[in-house]
Design a binder for this molecule. Structure first.
Ligand SMILES: Nc1ncnc2c1ncn2[C@@H]1O[C@H](COP(=O)(O)OP(=O)(O)OP(=O)(O)O)[C@@H](O)[C@H]1O
Ligand SMILES: [Mg+2]
Length: 273
């Protein structure tokens, strides 16, 4: 039941998928409070295929969150176009779920009530949204925690609840902005494995923002490597390793070679274009 009907081929299999999201010459310049223009993103063109797991990797402050906000339609590009399902995004819709670095759960609601919230806002009938919430709790390994309050959960569990909430309306696109950045190394590794399992199972298209080269290489079909601000696409690296991938992969030469390539690219990220 918890499947994206738009895509029925297993992740990792060679297939031609339709383009879900496209950046066409997208730039973003902010106006700072003291009136200065801050170019954050410069002429970015790239696309995300349906069912793909794609990471955006780049130095701090380069414009990754800006890119994600534009992908959601919450922020309009200063120039260029963001095209979603073949149509230019002119406003934000509800066909995406979003997960932030720190879990943003409402502290006065139980975990299940937090997951039901998007359904509530959209007027989904109570029975249907509570069934969906229970399925999602199960999916993210929180089956017995629906009636707990967020403060009773660990950081990793709270982030799982946030992922479940982001999936509540069965979005075609899941946007994740450094979702595991605040977790300790072991929990992060665990969450990477769980996210991989979830993405194989659901086949939802995922745009995943991270600072971590290893995390990006472990999870992604492709990685968009960004330069320093104003960020542009330095390269797009395809990770040709079959799934499911296990943690031992990280110790392999094959994985090490990808990590080295990515590191070299990032080392160059501050050089003038
Ligand atoms: N609302 C804003 N007004 C002015 N400048 C902004 C605004 N939002 C972001 N910026 C600037 O745009 C640049 C890119 O910001 P953004 O948050 O997209 O970077 P990031 O890659 O997500 O950084 P991090 O890795 O630290 O999360 C930064 O220099 C930031 O200071
Ligand atoms: Mg950011």
């Amino acid at each position: 039941m918890l499947q994206n009907p738009a895509d029925d081929a297993p992740r990792g299999e060679a297939k031609v998928s339709p383009t879900l999201l496209e950046f066409d010459g997208v730039s973003q310049t902010y106006l700072s409070r003291d009136g200065e223009l801050v170019p954050a993103v410069r002429s970015v063109s790239c696309s995300v295929q349906s069912g793909e797991f794609i990471s955006v990797l780049g130095p701090s402050g380069c414009g990754k969150t800006t890119l994600m906000m534009m992908a959601s339609g919450l922020l309009k590009p200063t120039s260029g176009r963001v095209i979603y399902k073949g149509r230019e995004l002119t406003e934000t819709g509800s066909d995406f779920g979003i997960v932030f670095q720190t879990p943003v759960l409402f502290p006065w609601r139980t975990v299940q009530q937090n997951i039901e919230l998007p359904g509530e806002v959209r007027g989904v009938p109570a029975g249907k949204r509570s069934q969906r919430a229970r399925e999602l709790l199960d999916l993210v390994g929180l089956k017995d925690f629906g009636q707990r309050m967020p403060y009773e959960l660990s950081g990793g569990m709270q982030q799982r609840a946030s992922i479940a909430r982001a999936l509540a309306l069965e979005p075609s696109l899941l946007l994740m902005d450094e979702p595991f950045g605040a977790l300790d190394a072991m929990t992060r590794e665990q969450m990477n494995l769980e996210l991989q399992r979830l993405s194989i199972q659901l086949k939802t298209t995922i745009v995943f923002i991270t600072h971590s080269i290893a995390e990006a290489a472990f999870l992604s079909d492709r990685i968009i490597v960004m330069s320093q601000r104003p960020s542009r696409v330095l390269d797009i690296v395809k990770i040709d390793i079959p799934r499911p991938r296990d943690i031992d992969l990280m110790a392999s030469d094959e994985f090490g070679a990808y990590v080295n390539d990515l590191r070299r690219l990032l080392d160059r990220s501050g050089e003038p274009s």
